[in-house]
Design a protein around this ligand. Structure first.
Ligand code: NOJ
Length: 777
């Protein structure tokens, strides 16, 4: 604070003086505080008034710490960045982590530049900083908004304790394609669920006061359409109609803007011929215009320069012009703004008012974070020492992880006359088999922040800690999953994985272990780096020799529980048709093995539900429950919209997930059968826990608008409630249907409710048949 005031005092202006007095007051997030907002606006204006053009353009530049677009940076490259920092011609840095590193970089600016405008530091904290939580797709399977908020809050505490005050999360890209590696980073295929989960994550990161030193700015990404790349290929072309864009892709982003997310990131893909980075329609007209959102938009990594490769910009200068005019405020690692904006301004190809607007937005967020009060606000060595990877955070990670597990299948096995799960703690023997059974790294998942190599609790460790003293545990790895993976500390973006393993020498030992055990826990699925950015696949079954291992083990012992660890919906059809029990465990993070054991032994009754559909085979992709009917939904002849060689529905549908108890649903009851367009209907259902164990159920509400000015999906999730029911207990769960539930982006290009007939379903998955009908007048 002192430094900034000193600086301002050089320039005699009442405005500036006022600004210094106000600068020390604490600042709040964008939510509902008009006095604070007005205060911040005054301060932003007063700083902007001091800035020359180079300093303004500098605020719009973001550099990475240690590597540039073409690969690891040379020390020369970093030297150049250092000089720019000293001149105050950089607004932000990414990938600078630790209090020491942040302090050093911030000092370059604070001790050398003319205006001493603090940097904002960003980092990809996607599912935890060092305490690693389940991958976002897995965590979304909890349908538990409070624990999702909590996990983001813990991530914010750890991130800010390491000096960083901005995460590039949450990813809000709805995705319907299991081939897309980044499906692991979102909340699945449904816009409503993605909106709710996105807002929970934003609230967790940002808290209710962005200026606190333990909350961080969030970033809604990737705006927009990135999850709809053709053929599931990362960065690929998106062809999506205007209405589908509004109805299926944009809702989570609108919800994020309304929740006061501090920043947005645009996306690599084009939509309908226009790269999102150059989309004025999305950024300037919709986000900043219609939605009146006042944060700043950062480009994705080099997405401005990549418009040259897209064939949309003829050179970097043209790319900078397109991006700024479209409303991209900050240039992440394209070096386009710093090189070209001044010339573009001279040539009248961009407007000073647009540069000012971008700078204003960036300064606003810096004020909200309290960085002008104290540029070292997040640099607290004590916090760094005491608040990262704590016991308490690990306990929360275990809680989130166990709630993210989905019991896909748990059939009664004839020899036991019961299902395999939950396991009794006095089971005589367990064979823990598979390439992922004692893997302490894969559960950390792809975007593992500062999660340390091999730091997760493995399944084997979890089972050993939970099983009774007399239980014999036989462990056999059987096979290696990969022939080449990403080595510890290696930059994963530079390496592909390989699965051409041929070593079968461990299979016989695995079979022998399976033969002598009461039950087999078979840990198979995907390596951590099979999903994530750039990890698209055309095959989504068990890679390498895993299927062979599965069949060999199953041949000698039918009591197999598959413990599936993966980042995308997989083709597990053979397993589903043969093996009695499948537990979907995603990549669950630091506490993976403990959380899985909690569920295996029944210390926790599984409550997760799928946020994505699991196909019978990859040829069905993109597959999603909320599809359209088509003119030929079914027929007794071949000429209908299906396949000759596979079902058209999912193997495990969206919303599916079992429990160790059974829930039954009463009929859907409505308080009236008709409503006005702006009216309401109350929907209630009696839900009963018929079993002998307490358990949580995710009660889901779906609707269908039968006839519209545009065709409507056959079912759409519009509400859910996760509720605990004691054994034998019944509860009435109620939902309100109103305008918000029924509106869609219609043929008139407006969000509105259209009169007509509707169906409403309430049940435990998207395939529920528990239906009622009503009319909107
Ligand atoms: C590219 C990714 O698409 C984006 O999500 C990420 O935040 C940036 N790289 C920065 O690492």
């Amino acid at each position: 604070m002192k430094k900034i005031c000193l600086l301002f005092l050089i320039l005699p202006s009442i405005l500036i003086f006022q600004s210094c007095n106000n600068i020390s007051s604490s600042t709040k997030t964008t939510k509902n505080d008009s006095n604070q907002d007005a205060n911040i606006e005054r301060k932003v204006d007063s700083v902007l008034a001091l800035m020359n053009l180079n300093e303004k353009i500098g605020q719009m530049v973001q550099y990475a710490a240690s590597w540039d677009v073409t690969g690891p940076a040379s020390s020369e490259g970093n030297k150049f960045k250092e000089e720019k920092l000293k001149k105050g011609e950089v607004g932000s840095m990414l990938n600078v982590t630790s209090v020491k590193a942040v302090r050093e970089a911030q000092k370059l600016v604070m001790e050398n530049s003319r205006l001493k405008i603090p940097l904002i530091f960003g980092y990809d904290v996607i599912h935890g900083y060092e305490t690693i939580f389940p991958i976002p797709l897995g965590e979304s399977a909890s349908w538990d908004l409070e624990i999702i908020r909590k996990s983001a809050e813990v991530a914010a505490i750890e991130t800010s304790a390491a000096g960083v005050q901005w995460t590039f999360a949450p990813m809000l890209d709805v995705s319907r394609d299991a081939r897309w590696g980044r499906i692991m980073e979102g909340a699945g295929e449904d816009p409503y669920l993605s909106s709710k989960i996105g807002v929970a994550r934003i609230n967790g990161f940002q808290g209710d006061d962005l200026s606190k030193n333990n909350t961080i700015a969030a970033c809604a990404k990737h705006f927009a359409g990135y999850g709809f790349g053709e053929a599931g290929r990362d960065y690929n072309t998106v062809n999506i109609g205007e209405h589908e864009l509004h109805n299926a892709v944009l809702p989570p982003f609108k919800a994020a803007a309304e929740a006061g997310v501090a920043t947005f990131m645009n996306s690599f893909n084009e939509i309908d011929g226009i790269p999102a980075t150059a989309s004025k329609k999305l950024q300037r007209d919709l986000l900043k215009g219609e939605w009146a959102w006042n944060g700043f938009v950062v480009s994705d990594w080099a997405s401005i320069a990549e418009m040259i490769a897209h064939g949309y910009a003829k050179d970097k200068k043209h790319a900078a012009e397109l991006a700024l005019n479209a409303g991209s405020d900050m240039d992440m690692e394209s070096y386009a703004y710093e090189a070209e904006l001044e010339k573009l301004l001279e040539e009248n190809k961009v407007k000073l008012s647009d540069i000012d607007d971008a700078v204003r937005r960036i300064l606003r967020v810096k004020f909200q974070l309290g960085l002008f009060d104290d540029p070292y606000r997040y640099c607290d060595e004590e916090r760094e020492k005491n608040e990262i990877y704590t016991k308490e955070h690990l306990e929360i990670a275990r809680d989130v992880a166990k709630k993210s597990i989905v019991l896909l299948k748990n059939d009664t096995v004839t020899t036991k006359k019961s299902a395999l799960l939950p396991l009794s703690k006095s089971v005589k023997s367990i064979a823990v088999i598979g390439p992922l059974a004692d893997d302490k790294d894969t559960p950390l998942g792809n975007w593992r922040g500062k999660g340390k190599y091999n730091s997760a609790v493995s399944l084997l460790e979890g089972v050993k800690s939970a099983a009774g003293d007399d239980t014999k545990i036989y462990y056999e790895k059987g096979i290696e999953l990969t022939s080449k993976t990403v080595a510890p500390g290696e930059n994963q973006f530079l390496h592909l994985m390989e699965f051409n393993t041929t070593d079968r020498s461990g299979i016989s030992a695995a079979v022998a272990a399976a033969k002598k055990a009461d039950v087999v826990l078979l840990a198979i699925g995907e390596n951590a780096f099979q999903t994530g950015e750039g990890r698209s696949q055309t095959k989504i079954g068990f890679a390498g020799l895993q299927q062979e291992l599965l069949e060999a083990v199953y041949a000698v012992n039918k009591n197999v529980v598959i413990v599936l660890m993966n980042g995308r919906p997989m083709d597990i059809t053979w397993a589903a048709e043969n093996v009695p029990t499948i537990l979907e465990c995603w990549h669950l993070g630091s506490q993976s093995g403990f959380a899985i054991a909690d569920v295996l032994f029944g210390d926790y009754n599984p409550s997760g539900k799928l946020p994505v559909s699991f196909p019978y085979n990859v040829g069905q992709e993109p597959l999603y429950y909320n599809q359209k009917s088509t003119g030929r939904p079914m027929s007794t002849q071949v000429t209908y919209s299906g396949y000759n060689d596979a079902p058209k529905v999912a193997l495990y549908p969206f919303g599916h997930g079992l429990s160790y108890t059974n829930f039954s649903y009463g009929n859907v009851s409505l308080d009236k059968a008709e409503m006005a367009k702006d009216g309401e209907i109350q929907v209630s259902v009696n839900v009963t826990n018929n079993g002998t164990r307490d358990g949580e159920e995710v009660v889901q509400l779906y609707i269908r608008d039968l006839v519209g000015s545009l065709t409507r999906p056959i079912k759409e999730l519009k509400g859910f409630e996760k509720t605990m029911l004691k054994a034998g207990e019944s509860k009435v769960i109620s939902f309100t249907i109103n305008t918000e539930t029924l509106q869609f982006y219609t043929a008139k290009n407006k969000w509105e409710v259209e009169p007509g007939d509707f169906n409403v379903w309430v049940g435990g998955s998207s395939t529920t048949k528990n239906k009622a009908e009503f009319v909107v007048n």
